[in-house]
Unconditional design. Structure first.
Length: 400
């Protein structure tokens, strides 16, 4: 019998308990022994909850119980999640987590502590919710040199952009509706400014390179400046607008960034809508592959956490594959990356734009007060220098 503890009885933590209860038989078969939740750590009490008697308020009860071999950290945030995870690993207990912030901040350190203590640290649920993208990189695409990962990694912003696209609505009103429906947080900054996607691509980029990609070094731009008019142009151009989190390992260096991009309706990520996530991976032998599913939500995220529990119970402290060293992966300045840009200027600035941008392709979506165009392929640096000389109303990078 494997006895486990769940730290944090919020949305994901209660989902973990529910998944283990609902699917107990197949989970136990796959784990090789029965799996039971022995403790739930939370500051609160839960009177009337069927698991009320398992709730404890002191982490030491869990850390000092030799029966506990696996701990699910579903608290979120850096502290006390970091201290609790560290102490658990030092006590030789394996930990799995849905906490992308903690993994992005302390992943290599916690992996090292795990290794030194005959334990494992797994974090499948930290990226892409229920999509098994981390296991895919660590255990499946092991014959590949992965040279590009492009993901829609944030469900909230994908929901907002999908609604803007389908309903012609503006950002503010869709965000308000998303908040009313509980899809967006009351403080939506982490999602709409791209910070959440940034932490997730930092984790995937680290696994792609085997070194430490720090999220602070990733250029990040959110979706707050995208307008209904941008979508009107995108429609004419047979493009969608998506918040992409990407990293590329090219001859020119290792790049990572998060920003809204136009993508053609022929791109597989174009079909990833609403709260769904998609991760498009390029390997040098396999070519392209895509992973799709629910990137957030109680049960999909909990399912990924419990999948880790199964692996941890089965492994019994034997090392599970994960190559992520603390050596820093240097990122090349995105100013050197090449792409095309979609640009809108006032009609009064048309001549200036035509003078500055050679070989531009004009786009007509029926707005008489504006001139819109797509540039030729150029570096970010060149684009910025030219854009400075023209009064740009909006610009969106183009992918594919
Ligand atoms: N806020 C995140 C999202 C939750 O919208 O995708 C899952 O990490």
């Amino acid at each position: 019998m494997a006895k486990i503890a769940v730290l944090g009885y919020g949305t994901v933590g209660s989902g973990v308990v529910e998944v283990i209860e609902t699917n107990n038989a197949p989970i136990s078969v796959r784990a090789g022994e029965a799996v039971e939740v022995k403790y739930i750590l939370d500051l609160r009490d839960f009177p009337g909850d069927p698991y009320e008697s398992k709730v404890v308020h002191d982490i030491n009860i869990i850390l000092e119980d030799p029966e506990i071999s696996v701990i699910c950290e579903t608290m979120g945030g850096n502290e006390p999640a970091f201290t609790f995870s560290k102490k658990a690993l030092e006590a030789g207990k394996s930990v799995c987590t849905s906490n992308k912030e903690l993994v992005a901040n302390h992943g290599p350190e916690l992996l090292e502590i795990a290794k030194a203590n005959h334990a494992n640290y797994l974090f499948e649920a930290s990226v892409g919710g229920g999509i098994p993208i981390i296991r895919t990189i660590n255990e499946c695409l092991t014959a590949e040199k992965i040279d590009a990962i492009t993901g829609i990694l944030n469900g909230t912003t994908n929901y907002i952009l999908t609604k803007m696209d389908k309903e012609g609505a503006d950002f503010g009103s869709v965000l308000k509706k998303a908040q009313e429906l509980g899809y967006a947080e009351r403080n939506p900054e982490a999602d709409v400014e791209g910070y959440d996607a940034c932490r997730k691509i930092a984790i995937l980029s680290s696994l792609m390179s085997g070194k430490y990609v720090k999220f602070e070094n990733i250029y990040t731009e959110g979706i707050t400046k995208i307008t209904a008019r941008d979508f009107a142009y995108a429609k004419v151009m047979k493009q969608g607008i998506k918040l992409l989190a990407m990293s590329k390992d090219t001859e020119d260096g290792f790049f990572a960034m998060v920003a809204p991009f136009m993508i053609p309706d022929t791109h597989p990520l174009y079909t990833v809508n609403d709260v769904f996530n998609g991760v498009y991976v390029h390997g040098n032998m396999l070519d392209d592959s895509m992973y799709y599913g629910r990137g957030a939500g109680k049960l999909p995220t909990a399912s990924a956490v419990v999948g880790d529990v199964v692996d941890l119970v089965r492994a019994k402290g034997e090392p599970l594959p994960c190559i992520w060293s603390s050596e820093l992966q240097e990122l090349t300045d995105i100013a050197e990356t090449h792409k095309r840009f979609f640009v809108r200027v006032s009609v009064a600035d048309k001549a200036a734009a035509e003078k500055e941008f050679a070989n531009l392709e004009a786009v007509d979506a029926g707005f008489a007060d504006e001139f819109a165009f797509v540039t030729e392929v150029m570096t970010e640096k060149d684009f910025a220098a030219k854009a400075e000389k023209v009064n740009v109303l909006s610009r969106i990078r183009m992918e594919g």
